[in-house]
Design a protein around this ligand. Structure first.
Ligand code: ATP
Ligand code: MG
Length: 414
């Protein structure tokens, strides 16, 4: 019997895993400096949570969710994104009673039943962050600047920060009407999904990936022309703060994000080096979602970074240090093997990566393994070394070697 991972799912292991760990480490460091604390929410939630927040006419809810019934017949869904679970947690645990803003980050797998292709998987990982309780654009700017710093720390250059504002519940009706006017004469050419979206949420037509719909929406009304006074001011303040913080943004008035809960600020970070799936991070404000989930009115903003796309960029852009053992202990004979094992353990106790040879391996094959592992040092212990209580060391990079007493080994590798 031969088993394969499910379609669209991948295993991650060495050497790639070191890039993943690096990204996670940088995210944790940078986000912590901005006061974001880690939050771990479950991977499955009630289906409702996603349908209500992401929106019934979105690609995710219409086509992509891993939804099934559990043994008690409950409708549950493997999370397709991280914001809705964090909002559910925030409201359920009354975190709005704590001083504002409350800031969280998360990382972990998301699941969407998409057609697997470059940059698109059925299980993919996101690192995301959410900030609750501040409506002013200052925090939007901080979040974008935090993302800039994150990418900078990773050494990723040439990314575009695309920003937009899609207004609030005050400006949305006018824009909706303008879209209805625009598409009412084009409705016959729209795909079946967009025909439904026309009735439920015409904004979604702007996010459709079907070629015919992309063509038909050329020249459609732009959301930025419909912003109310407050939204316009909010957006303009954000742009001036982005300038102040040196975030290299461009305004993209055509960007409506793929989820319904956004209000006002939306943004995507894109890369020219990724082809069609070019967004490495995306997010925006969702000022109504906490209330929709039964909490008090609470403005909020967040984003998610697509890990696979980041690691793809990193793999092609820089050379990565893969950790190697510091010490390989090669031994000949049982007493030496036992002494070697004791020394190995004591070095490991100091946090040093030590490998040992195993039974039946000749010295030659042990040294070959040390070489293949690119161990920094090899220690050799045989009967002579046991008698003299000294061992031979060799540095593989330059061939230098010497002898030290067993008792001095620990200081030698400090
Ligand atoms: P896209 O337009 O690429 O489908 P989206 O709007 O569906 O993106 P979001 O829900 O905003 O994506 O997710 C944020 C980020 O997560 C994306 O920018 C991308 O980097 C990553 N992402 C989303 N879906 C996938 C997927 N199926 N496989 C890998 N990464 C993904
Ligand atoms: Mg998508």
């Amino acid at each position: 019997m031969k088993y394969n991972a499910l379609k669209g799912m991948q295993d991650i292991f060495s050497p790639d895993i070191y890039i993943w760990q690096k990204v996670e480490e940088v995210a944790k460091d940078v986000f912590s400096a901005y006061g974001f604390q880690e939050l771990r929410a479950p991977i499955i939630e009630s289906t409702d949570i996603f349908v209500r927040s992401i929106g019934e006419t979105t690609d995710i809810v219409e086509k992509e969710m891993y939804t099934f019934s559990d043994k008690a017949g409950r409708h549950i869904t493997l999370r397709p994104e991280g914001t809705a679970p964090v909002v559910r947690c925030y409201v359920e645990n009354h975190l709005y009673n704590l001083p504002s803003p409350q800031k969280f980050f998360y990382s972990g797998p998301m699941f969407r039943y998409e057609r697997p292709q470059a940059g698109r998987f059925r299980q993919f990982f996101q690192i995301g962050a959410e900030a609750f309780g501040v409506g002013e654009p200052k925090i939007d700017a901080e979040i974008l600047s935090m993302l800039r710093l994150f990418f900078e720390r990773l050494g990723l250059k040439g990314l575009n920060f695309e920003v937009n504002s899609i207004g609030c519940e005050k400006c949305r009706p006018d824009y909706r009407n303008a879209l209805l006017d625009f598409f009412s004469v084009r409705i016959d050419g729209l795909c079946p999904d967009c025909k439904r979206r026309f009735d439920y949420n015409p904004l979604r037509i702007l996010d459709c990936k079907v070629d015919a719909c992309i063509k038909l929406r050329e020249g459609s009304p732009r959301v930025t022309d419909f912003l109310c006074g407050e939204c316009k001011e909010h957006f303009n303040t954000l742009l001036s703060l982005l300038k102040l913080l040196n975030v290299p943004y461009v305004v993209n008035p055509d960007m409506v994000r793929g989820l319904d809960y956004y209000t006002r600020t939306t943004f995507e970070v894109t890369s020219k080096d990724l082809g069609a799936q070019n967004a490495v991070a995306a997010g925006g404000r969702y000022d109504r979602l906490v209330e929709d989930f039964g909490g008090p009115p609470t403005p909020a903003i967040g984003f998610a970074i697509g890990m696979e796309r980041i690691t793809t960029l990193l793999k092609s852009s820089s050379n990565h240090k893969i950790p190697v053992p510091k010490v390989f202990i090669a031994t000949i004979g049982t007493p030496a093997e036992e002494e070697g094992l004791v020394i190995a353990d004591r070095l490991r106790d100091k946090g040093i990566w030590v490998e040992v040879g195993y039974a039946g391996n000749s010295l030659k094959s042990q040294l070959r393994r040390a070489d293949r592992l690119s161990s920094a040092y090899v220690l050799i212990i045989g009967d002579d070394e046991i008698n003299s209580e000294k061992l031979k060391w060799k540095k593989l990079s330059d061939g230098s070697q010497g002898e030290i007493a067993f008792t001095e080994v620990y200081d030698f590798f400090k």
